[in-house]
Structure formats: C-alpha cells, structure tokens
Ligand binder design. Structure first.
Ligand code: HEM
Length: 78
C-alpha cells in the first residue's frame, strides 16, 4: 500500500474524498465527551474487566478494537 507506513488510523479518510467536515466532527466529539463527563460520575466497576490493568492490545477485525475493552460504572450526577 502506498503512503507513509506509520499511519494507524484514518477516521476521516484521506485524499480527494476525505471528510470535508473534519473540524466540525472533532468539535462534536469533544462536545459529546464533555456532556458525558458533566452528566455522569465515572468509576471503575467493582467486577469484570474494569479491574484489569489498562491494556491497549489491538484485535484486527472489520475494524480494530481493544482486546480488553475499557469498562466504566457511570451514575447520573444529581
Ligand atoms: C466524527 C465525525 C465524522 C467522521 C468520523 C467522519 C468520517 C468520514 C469519512 C471516513 C468519510 C469518507 C472519506 C473517504 O471516502 O475517503 C467522510 C465523508 C464525508 N463526510 Fe464525514 N465524518 C464525520 C462528520 C461529518 C459531518 C458532521 C459532516 C457534515 C456536516 C460530514 C460530511 C461528510 C461528507 C459530505 C462526506 C463525503 C465527501 C466526499 O465524498 O467527497 N462528515 N466522513
């Protein structure tokens, strides 16, 4: 495959058909994250994979995903 070999993720594509709204998309990702942090309290779950140390090992499939997904226990802020 042509191009730099160190690119590992192209969420907005590349070249002439790349996403024209990348800036808008990134703003929305940050807004969504901020809304989630504001609305919920975040904690490590008592059981399950949440207790496991963070492991960024990737698994190849249709998309890449984490071998050990991050887990969180969220409760609505009052
Ligand atoms: C996090 C948010 C977004 C992601 C990850 C994303 C990702 C992508 C990807 C992967 C493509 C295809 C690129 C290619 O074929 O090489 C694409 C195309 C496109 N996106 Fe987005 N996008 C996002 C948000 C948006 C938003 C908010 C809009 C409009 C307001 C938008 C409008 C478009 C359009 C019109 C195309 C087609 C471009 C073309 O084919 O010439 N995208 N996007």
């Amino acid at each position: 495959m042509p191009g730099p070999k160190d690119i590992r993720m192209l969420p907005f594509g590349a070249g002439t058909r790349h996403c024209p709204a990348m800036g808008l998309g990134l703003v929305h990702v940050r807004l969504l994250l901020a809304a989630l942090v504001r609305a919920f309290q975040w904690a490590v779950p008592a059981t399950g994979a949440g207790g496991a140390p963070v492991d960024l090992t990737e698994v190849d499939g249709f998309v890449k995903h984490m071998k050990t997904p991050l887990m969180a226990r969220i409760t609505p802020r009052t």
